[in-house]
Design a protein around this ligand. Structure first.
Ligand code: KIV
Length: 255
């Protein structure tokens, strides 16, 4: 049944936050108890990110994550959420073969996963066409530019994008292309503060920054990084709010 609570976070409500504020609060979650905790804590947007692969499933990067893994975790997250908007992340190779397969995979997040929207990395002309196709199929889409972790084998390593003038221009153009294609928000990952500010001024939909400075319309971080529960790669920009790993190790030892 559709949730008709007045405080339910909807896409029109998020769009309005661009001008009316307050800033959009976003974190990742991959399971029921975490989603419930974040929802009860007032987080607006819960992203079931493919970072799942690195922080929960123990893969080296996000490339191996499958659609079935994403749907399994999105279903768990949705069961814990009453208010927040749940967004499912399109994993690597879920949108590379054909528009039909892309729409079918994206629709699974809504029909099976209980999400309200999907996120897709990149803004090549082909990718923008896929965004238009998904929006046309009533699937709300969030874009993602700057550092796109699914491109790890092209990039060689995770690094800041947009430090060169041509790269910075490209990020602004990519965000504009995504806006025109119909996204309701754009994630800006690992881009210089000034570039994020320029994108935020230029596009009319909210920007959600991760390692992109304070000018964005909202912020997202990986839950396990923020809580000090990440054991592998940890981006430099992350601010840790707790040391859960130490707390849990202590508890295990005490037990
Ligand atoms: O997979 C993920 O968690 C993400 C966010 C870091 C934006 O894409």
């Amino acid at each position: 049944m559709t949730d008709t609570r007045d405080d339910k976070v909807t896409i029109p409500a998020l769009l309005a936050r661009k001008t009316a504020g307050p800033k959009i609060v976003c974190l990742t979650a991959y399971d029921y108890p975490t989603a419930k905790l974040l929802d009860e804590g007032g987080v607006d947007l819960i992203l079931v990110g493919d970072s799942l692969g690195m922080v929960v499933l123990g893969y080296e990067n996000t490339v191996p994550v499958t659609m079935d893994e994403m749907i399994h975790h999105t279903r768990a997250v949705s069961r814990g959420v009453r208010r927040a908007l749940v967004v499912g992340d399109m994993p690597y190779f879920s949108f590379h073969l054909s528009p039909d397969e892309t729409i079918r995979n994206a629709s699974r997040f809504l029909k099976e996963g209980g999400a309200a929207a999907v996120k897709i990395e990149g803004a090549s002309p082909k990718r923008l066409k896929l965004v238009r196709d998904m929006v046309e199929a009533e699937i709300p889409v969030m874009g993602h530019v700057g550092l796109t972790p699914q491109s790890i084998h092209h990039l060689g390593r995770f690094r800041v994008k947009g430090t060169r003038a041509d790269e910075a221009r490209r990020i602004v153009d990519d965000a504009l292309g995504l806006e025109k294609a119909g996204v309701f928000a754009v994630v800006l990952e690992s881009v210089p503060v000034e570039v994020a500010a320029e994108v935020t001024r230029t596009i009319k939909v909210p920007t959600i920054g991760i390692g992109a400075g304070p000018a964005c319309d909202g912020q997202v971080l990986v839950f396990h990084d923020v809580m000090g529960f990440t054991t592998g790669y940890m981006p430099k920009f992350v601010r840790k709010y707790a040391d859960i790993y130490a707390v849990m190790s202590g508890a295990v030892a005490a037990y």
